[in-house]
Design a protein around this ligand. Structure first.
Ligand SMILES: Nc1nc2c(c(=O)[nH]1)N[C@H]1C(S)=C(S)[C@@H](COP(=O)(O)O)O[C@H]1N2
Ligand SMILES: [Mo]
Length: 395
């Protein structure tokens, strides 16, 4: 069964666009349209088929992103609608001893249920901010979200199937099929070390509720610290491989020229050629307290935001009012674990009258710091330049 995004939904979406506009967008640049998907509030639409919708910045004022405002990204236009009763998860491949088929009930019943708070961030988040522009979906700041994921450990399920020592990668396939135009099937793989990491989950809940339909119902892979391309939604097949996965989504897409980005967390079996796969999320931060016109009122608006990285841990967040000459430390807020958004706030300094910009930058415990200019790369991945917001109303 599939859901088609039809005209009626578009009409409903346009109606909710009016509501969205009334609430006021805080994204600092024009977006094509604001529209609601089933079960979602109005989000910024990039494309309708396939559904690609980003979260307005104001929702990041919550440390956990509400499910109904969580961004949506698909490569294929036809989204599977899976019934819980008919759902089966296949675990097989030449590198398992005992192939398995599990129902959702068996998954919940037979394995310890665990939780992790983690940021799901598209590798192409902020692609639309690259200058010169880069081809691809022109995401602003909202191709990401932070949630409390609940599910079972992938390692426990693989242990039941019995992983052979010859296993090299674990591949993940989903119920969304490539449409007629022939986009390759969406298959991703992980190195064994990441697949067996105790924080890598098969999740059936998000923020205490079943996964929304368009965020992977009934089961998705959660790969804390790594970009969202690995977080396969509607997961229905796990294959233990003895050789590298060679499909388009591993061999061609989601790669960066080696050396363009610091890679702490590597994927050695996929590192042939000049480009290596995108893996861990780059250290990043965002100011979230802008007024509805996208600016801050000096001394009046709250000055707060979020910071995150791949799980090494946020060490500090700093703001600058003089284009990076001097930096002031911010106060870090509640800590929901290393993979979570970390909220922060700052006091306003006394500013002489004039035009200002506030810049925010985060550093992690491994000493990685955000950059002033994004690191150019052909697909526009890992944009982690300082967030810059205009300040007005200095008396
Ligand atoms: N089945 C399936 N899973 C998928 C994708 C997809 O196209 N199909 N896209 C991936 C990418 S690139 C991203 S950024 C995230 C987006 O997750 P979300 O839609 O829940 O926000 O899903 C990942 N998992
Ligand atoms: Mo993505």
């Amino acid at each position: 069964m599939t859901i088609e995004f039809n005209r009626r939904q578009t009409l409903l979406g346009l109606m909710s666009a009016a509501v969205g506009a009334a609430l006021g967008s805080v994204v600092g640049f024009a977006r094509e349209a604001v529209e609601a998907l089933p079960g979602k509030v109005a989000l910024h639409r990039l494309t309708h088929r396939p559904p690609n919708y980003e979260t307005p910045i104001r929702y990041f004022r919550n440390t956990l992103t509400p499910n109904e405002a969580f961004f949506v990204r698909y490569h294929h236009a036809v989204i599977p609608s899976v019934s819980v009763d008919e759902y089966r998860l296949d675990i097989g491949g030449s590198a398992v001893e005992r192939p398995l088929v599990l129902t959702l009930q068996e998954l919940r019943r037979d394995f310890p249920v665990v939780e992790v708070v983690a940021v799901c961030q598209c590798s192409g988040n902020r692609r639309g901010l690259f200058d010169p522009p880069v081809a691809g979906l022109q995401w602003g700041h909202g191709a990401m979200g932070n949630a409390r994921w609940r599910g079972v450990r992938l390692a426990d399920v693989l242990a039941r199937a019995g992983l052979k020592t010859s296993a090299l990668e674990i591949a993940f396939d989903a119920a969304d099929a490539p449409p007629l135009e022939g986009t390759p099937d969406f298959i991703k793989s992980l190195p064994i070390s990441k697949a067996l990491h105790p924080d890598t989950l098969l999740a059936f809940e998000m923020n205490g509720a079943p996964l929304p339909e368009v965020n992977g119902f009934p089961l998705r892979l959660v790969v804390p610290g790594w970009t969202a391309t690995y977080w396969v939604k509607h997961l229905n097949k796990i294959t233990a491989l003895e050789s590298p996965e060679k499909g388009f989504w591993m061999a061609t897409a989601y790669r960066m020229p080696r050396s363009t980005f610091p890679l702490v967390s590597r994927f050695p079996s996929q590192e042939s050629g000049e480009r290596a796969p995108v893996t861990e999320i780059a250290v990043n931060s965002l100011i979230t307290s802008m007024e509805s016109d996208g600016t801050l009122l000096a001394g009046r608006s709250e000055l707060r935001g979020i910071a995150w990285d791949s799980g090494l841990g946020i060490d500090r967040v700093e703001v600058s009012f003089d284009s990076g000459v001097t930096w002031r430390r911010c106060e870090l807020g509640e800590d929901l674990g290393p993979y979570s958004f970390r909220p922060w706030r700052a006091e306003w300094p006394v500013l002489a009258p004039g035009q200002y910009e506030v810049w925010a930058r985060a550093a992690n415990r491994a000493g990685q710091v955000q950059v002033e200019k994004p690191i150019p790369n052909p697909s526009g991945y890992q944009h982690n330049a300082f967030h810059r917001v205009p300040v007005r109303g200095v008396a």
